[in-house]
Design a protein around this ligand. Structure first.
Ligand SMILES: [Zn+2]
Length: 236
């Protein structure tokens, strides 16, 4: 089987990226880890959430490499790492961020601003025009979070995570709430979305009607993911 042909990566404006994911009852009931990890490693992602392959179940993965790089407190060493033929990664089932620095409203001092990218918004975050001095693509995230989750062995963890690793977790967790990262960006959102639309159109063979439909779908997607962002997660 050629997996790259059989597994579809969900990209904006796919509806699966807007839905809130449902809880998983026990780990062995989720049998898509191979598919998820395949897509993550195949596309050089550092993390991936189940909705990104069209499955609205509460699960995300982060590569072992990224955890090793950023987990300065070795907090995730207690969790079992998974290794399959595609690579090594950590699994987070039913994650819940229970606290953003213990505050309801975050101030500037509580935030880190890091440029993000997403497999579901291909070719956007990594393009040079989005990393210029205008700071397009920078996403404010809480410096520290408390997160509860079950690992691959269904052992429950309740940990505090800070820095870059917490940023990755906040990004992946957002996917489970129907939020993509541009909805959290503080500025230049119009430029970002127009850039995305124009690039996707430029590499497609859309007819004029299809172009209009695509623009409308992305505009609707943007409205819904921004509503989700207001409903779920930290408020600034
Ligand atoms: Zn993403």
């Amino acid at each position: 089987m050629n997996k790259s042909q059989s597994i579809q990566l969900s990209c904006v404006p796919d509806i699966s990226l807007l839905q809130k994911s449902t809880l998983i009852s026990v780990s062995h009931k989720f049998n898509k880890l191979d598919e998820l990890s395949f897509v993550m490693f195949e596309l050089d992602g550092i993390g991936i959430a189940a909705p990104q392959i069209g499955i609205n179940k509460s699960c995300f993965l982060i590569t072992h490499e990224i955890v090793k790089k950023y987990d300065q407190t070795y907090i995730l060493e207690k969790c079992s790492v998974v290794e399959n033929s595609y690579g090594k990664f950590y699994v987070f089932f039913n994650p819940s961020i229970t606290s953003y620095l213990g505050k309801q409203y975050l101030q500037n001092d509580d935030l880190v601003n890091v440029p993000e990218g997403c497999l579901s918004l291909p070719n956007v975050g990594s393009r040079s025009s989005l990393h210029n001095e205008e700071k397009i693509g920078l996403v404010p995230r809480a410096k520290e979070i408390t997160i509860i989750f079950n690992d691959i062995n269904w052992i429950s963890h309740n940990i505090k995570v800070s820095g870059q690793l917490s940023v990755v977790m906040q990004h992946e967790y957002d996917h489970l709430q129907g939020v993509v990262y541009p909805a959290r960006m503080k500025c230049k959102q119009n430029i970002f979305w127009n850039d995305y639309i124009n690039f996707e159109i430029s590499r497609s063979t859309f007819t004029n009607d299809e172009i209009e439909r695509f623009k409308k779908s992305v505009a609707n997607f943007r409205i819904q993911t921004e509503e989700n962002a207001k409903k779920f997660g930290p408020q600034f």
